[in-house]
Design a protein around this ligand. Structure first.
Ligand SMILES: Cc1ncc(COP(=O)(O)O)c(C=O)c1O
Length: 446
């Protein structure tokens, strides 16, 4: 079977190399492969499975919907499935938070939401420039790619560097307040920065190395955007949907973005993307930004299903207790290997252990995989182990996964890192990562 994959699937495949197994079934936080091995999942479909594999609410609703021949494809016509999702989202997410947003359904993957948001910002400001941040990751279609920092994904001839300036994210220059740089450049019309249509950011950079923006920095950026009539786009594709402890990652900072991009876990495991738009900024003309697969009905059904978790007032506490468990275990590892100068960053249930070397993280990931744990890395050198279990993971399983991770780290540290490293992480899939500068260390819990 692997021969077939090598022969027939494009060389572009990445995670298939990181996790060399043929996965077959999955429930909650456990996957099984065709050889009957099971794995605990701390990878979580890169943030698409916050509610676990085959989530019980989503599964029951999907079986019922398919069984009764519910409409599957409908472009953006109104279906009962869409109405049910909108009702659930309004009642369980927007209203309790006092948020008033219109919802635009885009094509099904995250980058589609980013494209729509920057296009709308450009349309309404009549400006083309966008400010993004160092280590940002916003996707791979050409507009989103221009916002993604990592140079491995860029080439001059893609023409994707146009109309974007990357400025330092919070923590990129150590303790310096990097919002001052944006402020100065906006105020000084000789700075060379064209007045942007939008500023786009992740409050916690998932692919960029779990870099956590402080609430105060986010508030300063939001206020600059307001002063200069620039659209603030929060890309909550990876760290929304409860990942940082509340439904939206920006809630804690008390800001209200103009546009919010949501994808990954919003679809309850199925592809779905949307942009939240402040109502007064929704000046699309009917059908002006379109696409065949907007609002996948099966995803609406699954999405409405998983939103039931938010009916439970203790859900946020459950996320917090799981986050605390992960944090404590990782802190113990940092203490044990003080000389190695590991760094710990994160919030809610997304944690990054920066082991300071892509080789070491690759080795740990391989060791963990061999012991039955799926985990990936992120960061400019793939040096950050990304710990991102499902929000719904059972505590004993979480504990077991953390024990496997610890053991994998202990084994690697006992061995030393001087031997030949068989790299299996994206460091091999994406060799020659050339993002400038070292890691941005917003250490600890924000
Ligand atoms: C913050 C963020 N934005 C956008 C994307 C792109 O999403 P997709 O890969 O679904 O296009 C990702 C994917 O990892 C992401 O993490």
């Amino acid at each position: 079977m692997h021969d077939l994959i090598e022969r027939i699937e494009s060389n572009v495949r990445g995670y298939a190399r990181l996790f060399p197994a043929i996965f077959d079934t999955a429930v909650g936080s456990t996957l099984s492969d065709t050889k009957g091995r099971s794995y605990i999942d701390f990878f979580c479909g890169a943030g698409s499975l916050n509610y676990g594999h085959n989530n019980r609410y989503a599964k029951a609703a999907l079986i019922d919907y398919i069984h009764r021949d519910g409409v599957q494809h409908s472009l953006d016509t109104v279906t009962a499935a869409k109405v049910a999702f909108l009702e659930a989202f309004d009642q369980l997410i927007l209203r309790p938070r006092g948020l008033d947003y219109r919802i635009q359904f885009t094509g099904p993957t995250g980058t589609n939401a980013v494209e729509a948001a920057i296009k709308l910002a450009r349309k309404q400001t009549k400006r083309s420039h966008v400010v993004a941040f160092t280590n940002a990751y916003h996707g791979h279609s050409l507009g989103s790619l221009s916002l993604t920092g990592n140079q491995y994904f860029h080439s001059e001839f893609y023409g994707s560097h146009n109309n974007v300036t990357h400025l330092p994210f919070d923590g990129y220059l150590g303790p310096q307040d990097t919002s001052l740089q944006l402020k100065k450049m906006l105020e000084d019309r000789s700075s060379g920065l064209p007045m942007p249509a939008a500023v786009i950011l992740e409050t916690v950079q998932g692919e960029g190395g779990i870099n956590v923006a402080s609430d105060s920095w986010l508030r300063r950026i939001a206020s600059l955007c307001e002063q200069h009539d620039i659209r603030l786009i929060v890309d909550d594709i990876q760290v929304g949907n409860g990942r940082t402890g509340r439904f939206f990652s920006f809630e804690q900072a008390g800001i209200r973005p103009d546009f919010v991009c949501l994808s990954k876990s919003i679809g309850g495991g199925l592809p779905m993307s949307l942009v939240l738009i402040r109502p007064e900024l929704d000046n699309w003309q009917p059908g002006e930004h379109t696409g065949t697969f907007r609002g996948n009905n099966l995803a609406f059904v699954a999405a409405a299903g998983v939103l039931k978790h938010w009916e439970d007032v203790s859900f946020e506490n459950q996320i917090a207790s799981r986050g605390e468990l992960v944090f404590q275990r990782l802190r113990g590892i940092c203490d044990r290997y003080r000389d190695a100068d590991f760094r710990l960053r994160g919030r809610g249930l997304i944690w990054g252990l920066d082991v300071r070397s892509g080789d070491l993280s690759s080795k740990i990931i391989r060791g963990a995989f061999d012991k039955g744990l799926l985990i990936e890395s992120s960061g400019n050198q793939d040096q950050v182990l990304k710990i991102m279990p499902a929000l719904t993971i059972e505590l004993p399983l979480l504990d077991e996964g953390m024990a496997i991770l610890e053991k994998a780290i202990d084994d690697c540290m006992a061995e030393g890192t001087s031997g030949v490293v068989q790299q299996v992480s994206p460091a091999v899939v994406f060799p020659d990562l050339s993002m400038a500068l070292g890691s941005c260390s917003m250490e600890g819990q924000n």
